[in-house]
Write a protein that binds this ligand. Structure first.
Ligand code: MLC
Ligand code: AMP
Length: 508
Protein backbone atom coordinates (compact mmCIF):
# COMPACT_ATOMS: atom_id res chain seq x y z
CA UNK A 1 0.00 0.00 0.00
CA UNK A 2 1.14 3.51 -0.75
CA UNK A 3 0.69 6.87 0.91
CA UNK A 4 -2.13 8.17 -1.29
CA UNK A 5 -1.47 11.92 -1.11
CA UNK A 6 2.30 11.92 -0.78
CA UNK A 7 2.80 9.51 -3.68
CA UNK A 8 0.91 11.86 -5.94
CA UNK A 9 1.94 15.24 -4.60
CA UNK A 10 5.59 14.84 -3.67
CA UNK A 11 7.00 11.61 -5.03
CA UNK A 12 6.88 12.60 -8.74
CA UNK A 13 9.50 15.32 -8.14
CA UNK A 14 11.51 13.71 -5.33
CA UNK A 15 15.15 14.68 -5.73
CA UNK A 16 14.39 17.16 -8.49
CA UNK A 17 16.47 20.32 -8.80
CA UNK A 18 13.44 22.24 -10.11
CA UNK A 19 12.73 25.34 -8.04
CA UNK A 20 9.74 25.13 -5.72
CA UNK A 21 9.96 28.12 -3.39
CA UNK A 22 11.27 31.67 -3.71
CA UNK A 23 11.71 32.86 -0.13
CA UNK A 24 11.36 36.35 1.36
CA UNK A 25 15.06 36.48 2.27
CA UNK A 26 16.01 36.05 -1.38
CA UNK A 27 16.80 32.35 -0.97
CA UNK A 28 15.21 29.55 -2.96
CA UNK A 29 14.44 25.90 -2.43
CA UNK A 30 14.13 23.09 -4.97
CA UNK A 31 11.62 20.25 -4.90
CA UNK A 32 14.48 17.94 -3.97
CA UNK A 33 15.62 20.09 -1.03
CA UNK A 34 12.07 20.52 0.17
CA UNK A 35 11.39 16.77 -0.13
CA UNK A 36 14.51 16.03 1.95
CA UNK A 37 13.25 18.37 4.67
CA UNK A 38 9.83 16.72 4.62
CA UNK A 39 11.62 13.41 5.23
CA UNK A 40 13.60 14.83 8.14
CA UNK A 41 10.44 16.20 9.72
CA UNK A 42 8.62 12.88 9.19
CA UNK A 43 11.52 11.09 10.89
CA UNK A 44 11.55 13.51 13.83
CA UNK A 45 7.79 13.20 14.36
CA UNK A 46 8.01 9.41 14.22
CA UNK A 47 10.87 9.48 16.75
CA UNK A 48 8.63 11.60 18.98
CA UNK A 49 6.04 8.83 18.96
CA UNK A 50 3.74 9.86 16.12
CA UNK A 51 1.84 6.85 14.85
CA UNK A 52 -0.64 6.41 11.98
CA UNK A 53 -3.73 8.56 12.56
CA UNK A 54 -2.12 10.65 15.34
CA UNK A 55 -2.68 14.39 15.14
CA UNK A 56 -0.02 17.08 14.87
CA UNK A 57 -1.46 20.48 15.79
CA UNK A 58 0.46 23.53 14.62
CA UNK A 59 0.05 27.18 15.55
CA UNK A 60 3.09 28.59 13.83
CA UNK A 61 3.96 31.64 11.73
CA UNK A 62 4.03 31.11 7.99
CA UNK A 63 7.37 29.84 6.70
CA UNK A 64 8.47 27.16 4.26
CA UNK A 65 9.12 24.95 7.30
CA UNK A 66 5.37 25.05 8.01
CA UNK A 67 4.80 23.41 4.63
CA UNK A 68 7.44 20.79 5.45
CA UNK A 69 5.61 20.16 8.73
CA UNK A 70 2.30 19.74 6.88
CA UNK A 71 3.65 17.17 4.42
CA UNK A 72 6.06 15.59 6.91
CA UNK A 73 3.10 14.86 9.19
CA UNK A 74 1.14 13.23 6.39
CA UNK A 75 4.16 11.29 5.13
CA UNK A 76 4.64 9.94 8.66
CA UNK A 77 1.02 8.72 8.58
CA UNK A 78 -0.26 11.53 10.81
CA UNK A 79 -3.09 14.03 10.57
CA UNK A 80 -2.20 17.71 10.21
CA UNK A 81 -4.17 20.21 12.28
CA UNK A 82 -3.23 23.79 11.44
CA UNK A 83 -4.42 26.60 13.71
CA UNK A 84 -4.90 30.31 13.02
CA UNK A 85 -1.97 32.22 14.51
CA UNK A 86 -4.44 34.81 15.83
CA UNK A 87 -6.07 32.32 18.23
CA UNK A 88 -5.60 32.95 21.93
CA UNK A 89 -4.22 30.25 24.25
CA UNK A 90 -7.79 29.73 25.50
CA UNK A 91 -8.95 28.97 21.95
CA UNK A 92 -5.99 26.66 21.31
CA UNK A 93 -6.80 24.89 24.57
CA UNK A 94 -10.17 23.84 23.21
CA UNK A 95 -8.63 22.35 20.06
CA UNK A 96 -6.00 20.48 22.02
CA UNK A 97 -8.57 18.98 24.38
CA UNK A 98 -10.87 18.06 21.51
CA UNK A 99 -8.36 16.68 19.00
CA UNK A 100 -5.84 15.24 21.48
CA UNK A 101 -2.79 15.81 19.30
CA UNK A 102 0.30 13.71 19.96
CA UNK A 103 2.42 16.73 19.08
CA UNK A 104 1.77 20.47 19.25
CA UNK A 105 4.08 22.85 17.42
CA UNK A 106 3.96 26.53 18.39
CA UNK A 107 5.93 29.75 18.18
CA UNK A 108 8.70 29.73 20.82
CA UNK A 109 7.13 32.85 22.35
CA UNK A 110 3.91 30.93 23.10
CA UNK A 111 5.58 27.80 24.47
CA UNK A 112 5.33 28.83 28.14
CA UNK A 113 1.60 29.35 27.86
CA UNK A 114 0.89 26.22 25.81
CA UNK A 115 3.21 23.75 27.54
CA UNK A 116 0.70 22.94 30.33
CA UNK A 117 -1.94 22.08 27.73
CA UNK A 118 0.17 19.28 26.36
CA UNK A 119 1.43 18.14 29.73
CA UNK A 120 -2.14 17.70 30.98
CA UNK A 121 -3.53 15.80 28.04
CA UNK A 122 -6.00 13.30 29.52
CA UNK A 123 -5.75 10.56 26.95
CA UNK A 124 -1.98 10.43 27.12
CA UNK A 125 -0.63 9.96 30.62
CA UNK A 126 2.88 10.72 29.41
CA UNK A 127 1.66 13.98 27.92
CA UNK A 128 2.19 14.99 24.33
CA UNK A 129 5.22 16.66 22.87
CA UNK A 130 5.62 20.38 22.39
CA UNK A 131 7.91 21.59 19.62
CA UNK A 132 8.60 25.11 18.43
CA UNK A 133 8.99 26.88 15.11
CA UNK A 134 9.35 30.62 14.62
CA UNK A 135 8.78 32.94 11.66
CA UNK A 136 12.35 32.40 10.48
CA UNK A 137 11.82 28.64 10.55
CA UNK A 138 13.97 28.11 13.66
CA UNK A 139 13.07 26.35 16.90
CA UNK A 140 13.18 22.87 18.39
CA UNK A 141 11.34 21.36 15.42
CA UNK A 142 13.93 22.73 12.99
CA UNK A 143 16.85 21.83 15.28
CA UNK A 144 15.55 18.30 15.72
CA UNK A 145 14.94 17.86 12.01
CA UNK A 146 18.39 19.20 11.03
CA UNK A 147 20.12 16.14 12.43
CA UNK A 148 17.74 13.54 10.96
CA UNK A 149 18.15 11.30 7.94
CA UNK A 150 16.97 12.87 4.67
CA UNK A 151 15.46 9.58 3.53
CA UNK A 152 12.12 8.35 4.87
CA UNK A 153 9.78 5.66 3.55
CA UNK A 154 6.27 7.05 3.53
CA UNK A 155 3.92 5.38 6.00
CA UNK A 156 1.20 3.66 3.96
CA UNK A 157 -2.15 5.47 3.97
CA UNK A 158 -5.17 4.75 1.82
CA UNK A 159 -7.45 7.26 0.04
CA UNK A 160 -10.03 7.24 2.85
CA UNK A 161 -7.54 7.78 5.69
CA UNK A 162 -7.42 11.17 7.36
CA UNK A 163 -4.80 13.66 6.22
CA UNK A 164 -5.97 16.79 8.04
CA UNK A 165 -8.44 18.23 10.49
CA UNK A 166 -9.44 21.87 10.11
CA UNK A 167 -11.60 23.46 12.77
CA UNK A 168 -14.51 25.63 11.76
CA UNK A 169 -16.63 27.33 14.37
CA UNK A 170 -20.27 26.53 14.39
CA UNK A 171 -23.63 28.15 14.83
CA UNK A 172 -23.79 26.65 18.33
CA UNK A 173 -20.58 28.47 19.26
CA UNK A 174 -18.64 25.21 19.54
CA UNK A 175 -15.91 24.63 16.98
CA UNK A 176 -16.08 21.44 14.92
CA UNK A 177 -13.11 19.63 13.41
CA UNK A 178 -13.72 18.95 9.73
CA UNK A 179 -11.94 15.68 8.90
CA UNK A 180 -10.32 15.64 5.46
CA UNK A 181 -9.09 12.47 3.83
CA UNK A 182 -6.13 11.91 1.56
CA UNK A 183 -8.49 11.62 -1.38
CA UNK A 184 -10.49 14.74 -0.46
CA UNK A 185 -7.27 16.71 -0.82
CA UNK A 186 -5.91 14.84 -3.79
CA UNK A 187 -9.07 14.77 -5.92
CA UNK A 188 -9.61 18.50 -5.44
CA UNK A 189 -6.00 19.43 -6.20
CA UNK A 190 -6.03 17.31 -9.34
CA UNK A 191 -9.30 18.80 -10.60
CA UNK A 192 -8.21 22.40 -9.94
CA UNK A 193 -4.77 21.98 -11.52
CA UNK A 194 -6.46 20.83 -14.67
CA UNK A 195 -9.33 23.37 -14.67
CA UNK A 196 -7.05 26.32 -14.02
CA UNK A 197 -4.33 25.06 -16.40
CA UNK A 198 -1.47 25.09 -13.89
CA UNK A 199 1.82 23.86 -15.36
CA UNK A 200 5.53 23.67 -14.56
CA UNK A 201 5.86 27.16 -15.98
CA UNK A 202 3.70 28.72 -13.30
CA UNK A 203 5.02 31.15 -10.72
CA UNK A 204 2.32 31.53 -8.07
CA UNK A 205 2.33 34.58 -5.81
CA UNK A 206 1.48 33.04 -2.43
CA UNK A 207 0.52 35.61 0.22
CA UNK A 208 -2.31 33.72 1.96
CA UNK A 209 -2.03 32.19 5.41
CA UNK A 210 -1.26 28.46 5.42
CA UNK A 211 -3.64 27.41 8.19
CA UNK A 212 -6.74 27.37 5.97
CA UNK A 213 -8.02 25.49 2.96
CA UNK A 214 -7.31 28.36 0.58
CA UNK A 215 -3.61 28.94 1.25
CA UNK A 216 -2.69 25.41 2.31
CA UNK A 217 -4.64 23.08 0.08
CA UNK A 218 -5.82 25.10 -2.89
CA UNK A 219 -2.73 27.22 -3.49
CA UNK A 220 0.05 24.90 -2.29
CA UNK A 221 -1.30 21.55 -3.44
CA UNK A 222 -2.30 22.77 -6.88
CA UNK A 223 1.06 24.39 -7.47
CA UNK A 224 2.92 21.25 -6.39
CA UNK A 225 0.79 18.96 -8.53
CA UNK A 226 1.71 21.14 -11.49
CA UNK A 227 5.40 21.24 -10.57
CA UNK A 228 5.51 25.05 -10.67
CA UNK A 229 7.16 27.48 -8.27
CA UNK A 230 5.85 29.81 -5.59
CA UNK A 231 6.90 33.26 -4.45
CA UNK A 232 6.23 32.51 -0.81
CA UNK A 233 5.41 35.66 1.20
CA UNK A 234 4.60 35.79 4.92
CA UNK A 235 1.42 37.80 4.33
CA UNK A 236 -0.24 40.48 2.23
CA UNK A 237 1.90 43.63 2.31
CA UNK A 238 1.04 45.83 -0.62
CA UNK A 239 4.57 47.00 -1.54
CA UNK A 240 5.88 43.46 -1.55
CA UNK A 241 2.91 42.26 -3.60
CA UNK A 242 3.39 44.99 -6.18
CA UNK A 243 7.09 44.20 -6.34
CA UNK A 244 6.53 40.47 -6.84
CA UNK A 245 3.57 40.70 -9.22
CA UNK A 246 5.84 41.69 -12.07
CA UNK A 247 7.37 38.19 -12.11
CA UNK A 248 4.29 36.13 -11.18
CA UNK A 249 2.08 34.18 -13.58
CA UNK A 250 -0.75 33.64 -11.10
CA UNK A 251 -2.12 34.74 -7.75
CA UNK A 252 -4.83 33.39 -5.47
CA UNK A 253 -6.45 35.69 -2.95
CA UNK A 254 -9.46 36.69 -0.90
CA UNK A 255 -11.48 39.69 -2.17
CA UNK A 256 -9.60 42.03 0.23
CA UNK A 257 -6.42 41.37 -1.81
CA UNK A 258 -8.14 42.72 -4.90
CA UNK A 259 -9.79 45.75 -3.29
CA UNK A 260 -6.42 46.70 -1.75
CA UNK A 261 -4.65 46.29 -5.09
CA UNK A 262 -7.24 48.49 -6.76
CA UNK A 263 -6.50 51.26 -4.27
CA UNK A 264 -2.86 51.31 -5.38
CA UNK A 265 -2.05 53.53 -8.37
CA UNK A 266 0.82 51.19 -9.35
CA UNK A 267 -1.64 48.50 -10.45
CA UNK A 268 -1.92 48.61 -14.23
CA UNK A 269 -1.64 46.45 -17.36
CA UNK A 270 2.16 46.67 -17.39
CA UNK A 271 2.59 45.46 -13.82
CA UNK A 272 0.68 42.23 -14.45
CA UNK A 273 1.91 41.58 -17.98
CA UNK A 274 3.23 38.09 -17.07
CA UNK A 275 0.17 37.09 -15.07
CA UNK A 276 -2.18 34.64 -16.76
CA UNK A 277 -4.61 34.03 -13.88
CA UNK A 278 -6.03 35.79 -10.82
CA UNK A 279 -8.28 33.63 -8.62
CA UNK A 280 -10.59 34.89 -5.87
CA UNK A 281 -12.51 33.01 -3.21
CA UNK A 282 -13.36 32.43 0.48
CA UNK A 283 -15.82 35.35 0.44
CA UNK A 284 -18.01 37.05 -2.15
CA UNK A 285 -16.18 39.18 -4.72
CA UNK A 286 -18.32 42.21 -5.55
CA UNK A 287 -19.16 42.53 -9.25
CA UNK A 288 -17.87 46.11 -9.06
CA UNK A 289 -14.45 44.83 -7.90
CA UNK A 290 -14.42 42.30 -10.76
CA UNK A 291 -15.28 45.04 -13.27
CA UNK A 292 -12.84 47.60 -11.87
CA UNK A 293 -10.01 45.02 -11.96
CA UNK A 294 -10.86 44.22 -15.57
CA UNK A 295 -10.70 47.88 -16.50
CA UNK A 296 -7.40 48.48 -14.74
CA UNK A 297 -5.55 45.32 -15.76
CA UNK A 298 -7.41 43.59 -18.59
CA UNK A 299 -7.85 40.54 -16.33
CA UNK A 300 -11.15 38.97 -15.41
CA UNK A 301 -10.66 37.57 -11.91
CA UNK A 302 -11.71 33.92 -11.81
CA UNK A 303 -14.05 33.44 -8.85
CA UNK A 304 -14.57 30.03 -7.33
CA UNK A 305 -16.56 28.74 -4.37
CA UNK A 306 -15.59 26.32 -1.65
CA UNK A 307 -15.41 25.68 2.04
CA UNK A 308 -13.36 23.90 4.65
CA UNK A 309 -15.60 20.83 4.66
CA UNK A 310 -15.64 20.40 0.90
CA UNK A 311 -12.58 22.03 -0.63
CA UNK A 312 -13.58 23.67 -3.89
CA UNK A 313 -17.01 22.99 -5.39
CA UNK A 314 -17.48 25.31 -8.32
CA UNK A 315 -15.29 27.54 -10.45
CA UNK A 316 -15.75 30.01 -13.23
CA UNK A 317 -14.10 28.63 -16.36
CA UNK A 318 -10.52 29.23 -17.44
CA UNK A 319 -11.68 29.48 -21.01
CA UNK A 320 -15.20 30.76 -21.45
CA UNK A 321 -17.20 33.37 -19.63
CA UNK A 322 -16.06 34.40 -16.14
CA UNK A 323 -19.31 35.89 -14.98
CA UNK A 324 -19.07 38.56 -12.28
CA UNK A 325 -21.25 37.85 -9.25
CA UNK A 326 -21.32 34.10 -9.93
CA UNK A 327 -19.03 31.31 -8.80
CA UNK A 328 -19.34 29.32 -12.01
CA UNK A 329 -20.40 25.73 -12.68
CA UNK A 330 -19.59 22.65 -10.58
CA UNK A 331 -16.07 21.26 -10.92
CA UNK A 332 -15.74 17.95 -12.79
CA UNK A 333 -16.80 15.07 -10.54
CA UNK A 334 -18.58 17.39 -8.08
CA UNK A 335 -22.35 17.38 -7.83
CA UNK A 336 -23.90 20.70 -6.82
CA UNK A 337 -27.64 21.16 -6.42
CA UNK A 338 -29.99 23.80 -5.08
CA UNK A 339 -33.04 22.58 -3.18
CA UNK A 340 -35.95 24.54 -1.78
CA UNK A 341 -35.29 25.83 1.69
CA UNK A 342 -37.40 23.26 3.42
CA UNK A 343 -34.99 20.70 2.01
CA UNK A 344 -37.51 19.16 -0.32
CA UNK A 345 -37.41 19.38 -4.08
CA UNK A 346 -34.65 20.52 -6.40
CA UNK A 347 -35.31 24.20 -7.04
CA UNK A 348 -36.01 25.20 -10.66
CA UNK A 349 -33.26 27.13 -12.45
CA UNK A 350 -33.15 30.73 -11.26
CA UNK A 351 -34.82 30.04 -7.90
CA UNK A 352 -33.07 30.53 -4.60
CA UNK A 353 -32.56 27.57 -2.30
CA UNK A 354 -30.09 25.63 -0.16
CA UNK A 355 -26.81 24.75 -1.82
CA UNK A 356 -25.87 21.08 -1.36
CA UNK A 357 -22.75 19.28 -2.54
CA UNK A 358 -21.63 15.70 -3.08
CA UNK A 359 -18.37 14.42 -4.53
CA UNK A 360 -14.90 13.05 -3.79
CA UNK A 361 -13.98 16.47 -2.34
CA UNK A 362 -16.61 16.30 0.42
CA UNK A 363 -15.38 15.44 3.91
CA UNK A 364 -16.56 12.33 5.75
CA UNK A 365 -17.67 14.24 8.86
CA UNK A 366 -16.79 16.20 11.98
CA UNK A 367 -14.23 14.83 14.42
CA UNK A 368 -16.00 12.88 17.17
CA UNK A 369 -19.37 14.48 16.32
CA UNK A 370 -21.42 11.78 14.60
CA UNK A 371 -24.70 13.46 15.51
CA UNK A 372 -23.66 16.83 14.07
CA UNK A 373 -22.32 15.07 10.98
CA UNK A 374 -25.66 13.31 10.41
CA UNK A 375 -27.54 16.60 10.71
CA UNK A 376 -25.47 18.22 7.99
CA UNK A 377 -25.83 15.51 5.37
CA UNK A 378 -28.98 14.55 3.45
CA UNK A 379 -30.16 10.94 3.22
CA UNK A 380 -28.67 10.69 -0.28
CA UNK A 381 -25.23 11.86 0.83
CA UNK A 382 -25.21 15.58 -0.02
CA UNK A 383 -23.54 17.99 2.40
CA UNK A 384 -25.78 20.92 3.35
CA UNK A 385 -23.42 23.86 2.92
CA UNK A 386 -25.43 26.50 4.80
CA UNK A 387 -25.16 28.76 1.75
CA UNK A 388 -28.12 30.00 -0.25
CA UNK A 389 -27.82 30.18 -3.99
CA UNK A 390 -29.39 29.72 -7.37
CA UNK A 391 -28.33 27.75 -10.42
CA UNK A 392 -28.73 29.23 -13.89
CA UNK A 393 -29.96 27.18 -16.88
CA UNK A 394 -26.30 26.92 -17.92
CA UNK A 395 -25.19 25.53 -14.55
CA UNK A 396 -23.55 28.72 -13.20
CA UNK A 397 -24.07 29.04 -9.45
CA UNK A 398 -24.74 32.37 -7.76
CA UNK A 399 -24.32 32.56 -3.98
CA UNK A 400 -26.95 34.97 -2.68
CA UNK A 401 -26.57 34.60 1.07
CA UNK A 402 -26.24 32.20 3.98
CA UNK A 403 -28.78 30.31 6.04
CA UNK A 404 -26.07 29.88 8.72
CA UNK A 405 -25.37 32.83 11.00
CA UNK A 406 -21.85 33.56 9.80
CA UNK A 407 -19.77 36.66 9.15
CA UNK A 408 -16.82 36.53 6.74
CA UNK A 409 -14.27 39.22 7.54
CA UNK A 410 -11.29 39.47 5.21
CA UNK A 411 -11.76 35.78 4.39
CA UNK A 412 -11.87 34.68 8.05
CA UNK A 413 -15.05 33.13 9.37
CA UNK A 414 -16.58 34.60 12.48
CA UNK A 415 -19.48 32.78 14.07
CA UNK A 416 -21.67 35.27 15.99
CA UNK A 417 -22.81 32.68 18.52
CA UNK A 418 -19.27 32.11 19.78
CA UNK A 419 -18.82 35.84 20.41
CA UNK A 420 -22.27 36.32 21.89
CA UNK A 421 -21.55 33.63 24.48
CA UNK A 422 -18.43 35.55 25.57
CA UNK A 423 -20.15 38.96 25.58
CA UNK A 424 -23.25 37.75 27.45
CA UNK A 425 -20.99 36.74 30.33
CA UNK A 426 -19.41 40.22 30.68
CA UNK A 427 -20.37 42.36 33.68
CA UNK A 428 -23.12 44.89 32.88
CA UNK A 429 -24.26 43.09 29.73
CA UNK A 430 -27.83 41.81 29.56
CA UNK A 431 -27.65 40.21 26.18
CA UNK A 432 -25.80 40.68 22.93
CA UNK A 433 -26.25 40.32 19.21
CA UNK A 434 -23.32 40.09 16.83
CA UNK A 435 -23.85 41.12 13.23
CA UNK A 436 -21.73 41.59 10.13
CA UNK A 437 -22.12 44.82 8.16
CA UNK A 438 -20.31 46.12 5.07
CA UNK A 439 -16.66 46.99 5.68
CA UNK A 440 -14.63 48.68 2.93
CA UNK A 441 -11.48 46.57 3.51
CA UNK A 442 -12.67 43.30 5.02
CA UNK A 443 -15.98 42.96 3.12
CA UNK A 444 -17.83 42.48 6.38
CA UNK A 445 -16.93 43.91 9.79
CA UNK A 446 -18.02 42.66 13.20
CA UNK A 447 -20.50 44.80 15.17
CA UNK A 448 -21.85 44.11 18.67
CA UNK A 449 -25.22 45.36 19.87
CA UNK A 450 -25.55 45.16 23.65
CA UNK A 451 -28.31 45.57 26.22
CA UNK A 452 -27.93 45.76 30.00
CA UNK A 453 -27.64 48.08 33.01
CA UNK A 454 -24.15 49.28 32.31
CA UNK A 455 -22.80 47.66 29.15
CA UNK A 456 -19.09 48.27 28.50
CA UNK A 457 -18.04 50.65 25.75
CA UNK A 458 -16.02 49.72 22.67
CA UNK A 459 -12.61 50.00 24.25
CA UNK A 460 -13.64 48.16 27.41
CA UNK A 461 -15.22 45.34 25.40
CA UNK A 462 -11.96 44.91 23.55
CA UNK A 463 -10.00 44.77 26.80
CA UNK A 464 -12.40 42.29 28.38
CA UNK A 465 -12.47 39.84 25.49
CA UNK A 466 -8.83 40.11 24.43
CA UNK A 467 -7.65 36.96 26.23
CA UNK A 468 -10.66 35.00 25.04
CA UNK A 469 -11.20 35.78 21.38
CA UNK A 470 -8.77 36.18 18.50
CA UNK A 471 -8.50 39.79 17.38
CA UNK A 472 -10.29 39.24 14.05
CA UNK A 473 -13.38 37.99 15.96
CA UNK A 474 -13.52 40.98 18.32
CA UNK A 475 -16.24 43.56 17.63
CA UNK A 476 -14.83 46.66 15.93
CA UNK A 477 -17.96 48.67 16.78
CA UNK A 478 -20.16 48.38 19.87
CA UNK A 479 -23.65 49.89 20.18
CA UNK A 480 -26.00 49.99 23.16
CA UNK A 481 -29.78 49.54 22.92
CA UNK A 482 -32.58 49.12 25.47
CA UNK A 483 -33.77 45.86 23.92
CA UNK A 484 -32.91 43.71 20.92
CA UNK A 485 -35.63 43.54 18.24
CA UNK A 486 -37.34 40.14 18.26
CA UNK A 487 -39.95 38.46 16.09
CA UNK A 488 -43.08 36.75 17.42
CA UNK A 489 -41.08 33.56 18.01
CA UNK A 490 -38.64 35.48 20.21
CA UNK A 491 -35.80 35.26 17.69
CA UNK A 492 -33.49 38.29 17.43
CA UNK A 493 -34.15 40.04 14.11
CA UNK A 494 -30.59 40.47 12.95
CA UNK A 495 -31.73 41.68 9.54
CA UNK A 496 -33.17 44.80 11.25
CA UNK A 497 -29.94 45.35 13.17
CA UNK A 498 -27.90 44.93 9.99
CA UNK A 499 -30.03 47.63 8.33
CA UNK A 500 -29.77 49.93 11.31
CA UNK A 501 -25.97 49.69 11.58
CA UNK A 502 -25.23 49.30 7.86
CA UNK A 503 -23.08 52.44 7.88
CA UNK A 504 -21.04 51.55 10.97
CA UNK A 505 -17.81 51.35 8.94
CA UNK A 506 -18.59 53.80 6.16
CA UNK A 507 -16.05 56.29 7.51
CA UNK A 508 -13.12 53.79 7.39
C1 MLC B 1 -6.37 41.03 10.32
N1 MLC B 1 -7.22 41.70 11.12
C2 MLC B 1 -8.47 41.40 10.79
C3 MLC B 1 -8.36 40.48 9.74
N2 MLC B 1 -7.06 40.27 9.47
N3 MLC B 1 -9.63 41.83 11.27
C4 MLC B 1 -10.74 41.34 10.73
N4 MLC B 1 -10.72 40.44 9.72
C5 MLC B 1 -9.55 40.00 9.21
N5 MLC B 1 -9.53 39.12 8.22
C6 MLC B 1 -6.92 42.69 12.14
C7 MLC B 1 -5.70 42.47 12.96
O1 MLC B 1 -6.01 41.76 14.11
C8 MLC B 1 -5.27 43.89 13.28
O2 MLC B 1 -6.10 44.44 14.24
C9 MLC B 1 -5.60 44.62 12.00
O3 MLC B 1 -6.69 43.88 11.42
C10 MLC B 1 -4.45 44.67 11.00
O4 MLC B 1 -3.81 43.42 11.01
P1 MLC B 1 -2.84 42.96 9.88
O5 MLC B 1 -2.17 41.73 10.32
O6 MLC B 1 -1.99 44.10 9.41
O7 MLC B 1 -3.84 42.62 8.72
P2 MLC B 1 -3.44 42.08 7.35
O8 MLC B 1 -2.18 41.31 7.41
O9 MLC B 1 -3.47 43.19 6.39
O10 MLC B 1 -4.57 41.00 7.11
C11 MLC B 1 -5.68 41.20 6.38
C12 MLC B 1 -5.81 40.04 5.37
C13 MLC B 1 -5.73 38.72 6.15
C14 MLC B 1 -7.14 40.20 4.68
C15 MLC B 1 -4.68 40.11 4.36
O11 MLC B 1 -6.76 38.69 7.12
C16 MLC B 1 -5.78 37.52 5.27
O12 MLC B 1 -4.77 37.09 4.72
N6 MLC B 1 -6.98 36.93 5.11
C17 MLC B 1 -7.12 35.71 4.32
C18 MLC B 1 -7.89 34.70 5.09
C19 MLC B 1 -7.99 33.37 4.34
O13 MLC B 1 -7.00 32.85 3.84
N7 MLC B 1 -9.16 32.78 4.30
C20 MLC B 1 -9.36 31.52 3.65
C21 MLC B 1 -10.22 30.63 4.52
S1 MLC B 1 -10.50 29.08 3.65
P3 MLC B 1 -5.61 45.58 15.26
O14 MLC B 1 -6.86 46.19 15.74
O15 MLC B 1 -4.86 44.81 16.28
O16 MLC B 1 -4.76 46.52 14.46
C22 MLC B 1 -12.08 29.21 3.08
C23 MLC B 1 -12.50 28.24 2.06
C24 MLC B 1 -12.41 28.88 0.74
O17 MLC B 1 -12.77 30.12 3.40
O18 MLC B 1 -13.38 28.93 -0.01
O19 MLC B 1 -11.31 29.35 0.43
P1 AMP C 1 -14.91 28.32 5.54
O1 AMP C 1 -15.80 27.72 6.52
O2 AMP C 1 -13.88 29.22 6.08
O3 AMP C 1 -14.36 27.31 4.67
O4 AMP C 1 -15.82 29.28 4.66
C1 AMP C 1 -16.66 28.76 3.67
C2 AMP C 1 -17.71 29.75 3.33
O5 AMP C 1 -17.14 30.86 2.64
C3 AMP C 1 -18.72 29.19 2.36
O6 AMP C 1 -19.68 28.38 2.98
C4 AMP C 1 -19.30 30.46 1.77
O7 AMP C 1 -20.27 31.00 2.64
C5 AMP C 1 -18.08 31.37 1.73
N1 AMP C 1 -17.47 31.45 0.39
C6 AMP C 1 -16.36 30.85 -0.08
N2 AMP C 1 -16.11 31.22 -1.35
C7 AMP C 1 -17.10 32.10 -1.69
C8 AMP C 1 -17.42 32.85 -2.85
N3 AMP C 1 -16.65 32.81 -3.93
N4 AMP C 1 -18.52 33.61 -2.83
C9 AMP C 1 -19.30 33.68 -1.73
N5 AMP C 1 -19.06 33.01 -0.60
C10 AMP C 1 -17.96 32.23 -0.58
Amino acid sequence: MSNHLIDRLLAPRAGSARPLLDLPDGGALSYGEFGARVNQVARLLTDRGLGPGDRVAAQVPKSWQTLALYLGTIKAGGVFLPLNTAYTAREVGYFVRDAEPRILVCDPGDAGELEPLMASRDADPGGGSLLTLDAAGRGSLADGADTRDTEFDAVPRSPGDLAAILYTSGTTGRAKGAMLTHDNLWSNAEALTDCWRFTVDDVLLHALPVFHTHGLFVATNVLMVAGGRMIFLPGFRIDEIIHCLSRATSMMGVPTFYTRLLQDPRLDHGLVRHVRLFVSGSAPLLAETHDAFWERTGHRILERYGMTETGMNTSNPYEGERRAGTVGPALPGVNVRVVDEQGGETAPAGEIGRVEVRGPNVFPGYWRMPEKTREEFTADGFFITGDLGMLGEDGYLTIVGRSKDLIISGGYNVYPKEIELVLDALPGVGESAIIGVPHPDFGEGVVAVLTGDAPPDEERVRELVSGQLARFKQPRRVFHVDALPRNSMGKVQKNLLREQYADAFSAE
